[in-house]
Design a protein around this ligand. Structure first.
Ligand SMILES: O=P(O)(O)OC[C@@H](O)[C@@H](O)c1c[nH]c2ccccc12
Length: 267
């Protein structure tokens, strides 16, 4: 695993330890009216547009995009919603990605879209920290523990999004009850992007679903910069895409989101 990812895992461990040993019994999602991501994807598809999850991402390993305090996060999320995003992903990892739980809360208060908490979840106590509609679980990090984290997330009312990067991780994901599988085009060892990752793995999920009478929503994640990139992964079988950097680097998040949302037209 790349040094920056190892660093994140170490700092996350330290942060989680500071949360104390107690697991709260209180529901982290009290009176939380869940926003249905699967229905939102279906609605966007029915409308002939691309379901795009847009990400509020202040920084990534080795790159700083913009300072995003909670008010700015809310403003960005509002622009994304207006431009037709299907959901908003909010980085909450406070170190390398410079995200925050405050951003997550501010965004969810501002928009009506489902909100994804994007972090490195390694401990069940993190599920007590804040409510969100979706939560990212990374197969390559959780390994054999993935299944129990998926169950716990479901129990707590989160819709888990299980992220995979290769066949081995995909097999782990398919053994769980997750309905959402994210194919990360970025390799966590090298941080290099290759959209062929989606082309390799999406057909395997389709095949599995046909054989088992199941149905997964496939989300292609990372490294998409243009409508062509989006068309490529949708062609490969993705149902939705997750885009961060290209939006953070653009002058108008509204215009750029719209460009991605309209990059394929089925009508
Ligand atoms: O900024 P990009 O290349 O558009 O990628 C967004 C998203 O996929 C990426 O931020 C991401 C994918 N998986 C993660 C896990 C943790 C942190 C971040 C991520």
């Amino acid at each position: 695993m790349h040094d920056s990812i190892l660093h994140i895992l170490n700092t996350t461990k330290i942060r989680v330890q500071a949360l104390g040993v107690e697991i709260h019994n209180e529901d982290p999602q009290p009176q939380f009216l869940k926003r249905d991501f699967i229905a939102a994807v279906a609605a966007v598809r029915a409308d002939g547009r691309v379901p795009v999850i847009t990400e509020v991402k202040p920084a990534s390993p080795g790159k700083s995009f913009r300072d995003i305090p909670p008010a700015a996060a809310a403003e960005l999320a509002w622009e994304m919603e207006e431009a037709g995003a299907v959901a908003i992903s909010v980085l909450t990892e406070p170190g390398v990605f410079r995200g925050s739980l405050e951003n997550l809360k501010a965004v969810r208060k501002t928009v009506c879209l489902p909100v994804l908490r994007k972090d490195f979840i390694i401990d069940r106590r993190q599920l007590e920290e804040a409510g969100s509609d979706l939560i990212l679980l990374i197969a390559g990090i959780l390994g054999k523990e993935l299944d129990s984290f998926v169950d716990l997330a479901l129990e707590k009312g989160f819709e888990p999004l299980v992220e995979v990067h290769n066949r081995e991780e995909l097999e782990l994901a398919l053994e769980t009850d997750t309905k959402l599988i994210g194919i990360n085009n970025r390799n966590f060892d090298t941080l290099k992007i290759d959209l062929a990752t989606t082309e390799e793995l999406a057909p395997l999920i389709r095949e599995y679903d046909l054989d088992h009478g199941t149905s997964h929503i496939i989300i292609s994640e990372s490294g998409m910069n243009s409508p062509e990139d989006v068309r490529r992964v949708m062609q490969a079988g993705a149902d939705a895409v997750l885009i961060g950097s290209a939006l953070m680097e653009s002058d108008s998040v509204f215009e750029k989101t719209k460009e991605f949302v309209q990059s394929v037209c089925w009508r």
